[in-house]
Design a binder for this molecule. Structure first.
Ligand code: BDR
Ligand code: CA
Length: 313
């Protein structure tokens, strides 16, 4: 078996973030060295609390959770309670967390970890706006050369946007942070809406989570039933897109995904296309290739992996 991959999950839970965290904690191929919370789907006070609730649900109160940025680098915070509910984790009744929030700020944790660990051994997994990651790169630019890879959920091109016609939520909330990350020179794997819109929480797939009969399986089904109602209405689909777990699934089973190495540029100037990820899929510019952009997923394989792994918790 190849070496365990060490990851930091940067997140704004969010039901789909929660499932991503559960998948990571259930996967022996990964070691979660810390979780950093960022403002996004709901304000930071809730995302850091939700991250701890999910660690406890997974039976992992030992995981270090750090709180980070309360707002984007430049723009005002936009949240998504209309999708995720008032708490960000509406659906199941989960107990208030008792595990502590770490005192160290998330940005300090990211910088210190990357400076302390062997270069090329830590992967960053951003599942929300990229504020914490960009702030860390701004604070200590020398960490860029030490990050193994950034595997992130964000952006969209062929599918357009989900929060504006042009922009996906995570990039739209902090486009200036995204611009910093995409021009950092760090190897990036991007899971855009073009992939995640093919990973639908159909009734059958949610029933499989519930049928696990465990606390985690039932809570996952309850989270997804709440989460999917907004997108089902919007897209007229059976189920909603399960965005963030695609990042973790890629680390465990990269063969489930297909994509292409190309240039991604982020719009930060025009209000009408603010946060758009302009992907040079056809190589029509000479802009440098800065990301592997995924476009396809074996969605049955993805949900089979998720169900099997969540069943271990
Ligand atoms: C992304 O936005 C959030 O609402 C989800 O958690 C996901 O990270 C999808 O656009
Ligand atoms: Ca998220």
């Amino acid at each position: 078996m190849s070496a365990v991959r060490r990851i930091i999950i940067d997140t704004d839970p969010g039901q789909d973030d929660a499932v991503a965290i559960l998948l990571a904690l259930a996967s022996p191929e990964l070691e979660v060295i810390g979780i950093t919370a960022v403002a996004g789907n709901v304000p930071l006070a809730l995302t850091q609390k939700n991250a701890r609730m999910i660690c406890e649900l997974a039976g992992r109160p030992d995981v270090r959770v750090h709180a980070g940025a309360v707002r984007p680098l430049v723009r005002r915070l936009v949240t998504a309670e209309h999708v995720h509910g008032r708490t960000g984790l509406d659906g199941p009744q989960l107990p208030e967390p008792t595990m502590p929030l770490q005192e160290m700020h998330a940005v300090d944790f990211i910088v210190q970890t990357l400076l302390a660990e062997e270069p090329g051994t830590v992967t960053l997994c951003p599942l929300g706006p990229l504020t914490n990651i960009a702030a860390a790169l701004n604070r200590a630019p020398e960490i860029a050369g030490r990050i193994k890879e950034i595997v992130l959920m964000g952006g969209g091109f062929f599918e357009g946007g989900n929060v504006t016609p042009a922009a996906e939520f995570n990039i739209y909330v902090d486009p200036h942070a995204a611009e910093i990350v995409f021009s950092s020179g760090v190897p990036i794997v991007m899971m855009p809406l073009d992939v995640t819109h093919k990973a639908l929480t159909t009734a059958k797939r949610v029933a499989a989570f519930r049928a696990l009969g465990t606390k985690v399986g039932i809570a996952t089904a309850e989270m997804l039933e709440f989460f999917e109602r907004f997108d089902e209405e919007k897209y007229g689909s059976d189920g909603g897109p399960l965005h963030d777990p695609c990042v973790i699934a890629y680390l465990v089973r990269p063969e489930l995904f297909r994509g292409r190495h190309c240039n991604v540029a982020v719009e930060t100037g025009s209000e009408i296309t603010m946060g758009m990820t302009v992907i040079d899929w056809w190589g029509v510019t000479d802009r440098p290739k800065n990301a592997t952009v995924m476009r396809d997923i074996d969605s049955d394989g993805f949900f089979a992996l998720l169900t099997e792994r969540l069943g271990r918790l």
